[in-house]
Design a protein around this ligand. Sequence first.
Ligand SMILES: [Ca+2]
Ligand SMILES: [Ca+2]
Length: 168
Amino acid sequence: MTFNIAPAVGASYITSADTIQTVVTQVDFIFDVAADNQLDSLNFSALPPDLIFDPFPGCLEGTPATTGDFQITFSANNDKGRGSRQLFTLRDFATPSEAWKFENFGEDFTVPEISSDNSDPDQDGIINLLEYAFVLDPNKADTTLDIEVVIETVGEVQYVAIKFNQMM
Ligand SMILES: [Ca+2]
Ligand SMILES: [Ca+2]
């Protein structure tokens, strides 16, 4: 006689990263809150006024209107009860370049010698403003920026264009 016994299912747990999520004021934001182990529902604490949470498929979304930090706790539930809880921090920046500075310099994003537009912390000769504009890594010196200004013709109209090689 053979018995097949299914493995016991424990409490559900949240699998999405709990790092600080950067958002930008007036820019659409979507973040998927993922959980595993037979998730039945997600509970969450108060949300920023401009964001909603759609439990299916588990999407936090909206267009934030105010800068600052906002913390939300999510918990995963199934028939074993409440599983893992996770604290998410949304840090809302006024501009995309401010969010980029935080993503690249962490808490040093307000230190002018490191994060100002004219700074060059990786000392590769490319200031942060150009690192941002050309999607380079401001913490890695092994990039080169090869810019060429050219005249492009589209139909009968001529445009000034910038050509560059992105080295990553
Ligand atoms: Ca640089
Ligand atoms: Ca660089």
